[in-house]
Design a protein around this ligand. Structure first.
Ligand code: IPD
Length: 265
């Protein structure tokens, strides 16, 4: 399986490179100044779909028996036990506005367990990667989370869903957390937020309502860097809740989110 993991990593890196270059170089120049929301959103939707097609086409060509789960609808069962979990643009709103914090996120699961994660951030020129049991890297630098700060000194990251009702709850959780911490960031890409925890650019991250393609790769990268990643106490990351932080801070944040009911609308 070491050989399999190496093969999956190589393919994920190559697919992310191709999609990243396509999205960076192919983004229509007038996208940021489009007059109407619908056409601007349509352009991004086209780029999302084209990027997912590029990634799934590349991977399926090389590994035709694998399964696929993608944000833009890729859903193939597969027969090899390997499933690719793909977010062709994580941070779509940032991409739409020409903000640099968007990523291509590709994870490979073997028999349901994530074994490879790649998050490429083209506008930052950074590629994050992790292999289960082999550590996490940004380019050639090995990632290791530092000691957890006290809760009162923590820089948290979070994100918001798209549903009004959910946002009211999410805002209420932020309202209650913000007086207790150093500050809170809303970066706009869950995949990058998880890599930021792995790098120490955030002390911790949490969000309600993610989909597997948002967190599959970043989850492994953060864990392989030494962070804990979970959901509600005893659970893994899920649509209910995703929490990531170094040991010590993780339990504190998870406990506060549980007390605040951050996992329900
Ligand atoms: C979104 C981003 C965002 C998070 C949302 C996600 P998308 O993914 O990760 O940071 O707050 O919950 O849906 O739609 O840009 O792929």
């Amino acid at each position: 399986t070491d050989q399999l993991k190496a093969e999956l990593l190589e393919l994920a890196l190559e697919a992310a490179d191709r999609a990243g270059a396509f999205l960076r170089d192919g983004r229509p120049e007038d996208l940021g100044v489009a007059a109407t929301k619908t056409s601007a959103v349509d352009v991004v939707t086209e780029m999302d779909i084209a990027s997912e097609k590029l990634i799934t086409g590349f991977l399926a060509d090389r590994r035709p028996d694998d399964g696929f789960l993608g944000e833009e609808g890729a859903s193939v069962e597969g027969s090899s036990g390997v499933e690719w979990v793909i977010d062709p643009i994580d941070g779509t709103v940032n991409y739409l506005y020409g903000r640099p914090a968007w990523a291509v996120s590709i994870a490979a699961r073997k028999d349901g367990e994530t074994v490879v994660g790649v998050v490429q951030v083209p506008m930052q020129g950074e590629t994050f990667r992790a292999v289960l049991g082999e550590g996490a890297f940004v380019d050639e630098q090995r990632l290791k989370v530092g000691a957890a700060p006290a809760f009162g000194q923590a820089l948290l990251g979070t994100g918001f869903g798209y549903l009004e009702e959910r946002r009211v709850r999410q805002a209420d959780v932020v309202r209650q957390l913000i007086p207790q911490v150093r500050d809170i960031r809303r970066g706009g890409s869950a995949a990058i937020d998880l890599c930021d925890v792995a790098m120490g650019r955030l002390d911790a991250y949490y969000e309600r309502g993610l989909n597997p393609w948002d967190f599959a790769a970043g989850d492994l990268i953060a864990r392989e860097a030494g962070a804990l990643v979970g959901g509600r106490p005893g659970d893994g990351p899920s649509g209910e809740l995703t929490v990531a932080a170094p040991p010590g801070l993780f339990e504190t944040l998870q406990g506060k989110l549980e007390d605040l009911g951050a996992w329900h609308d």
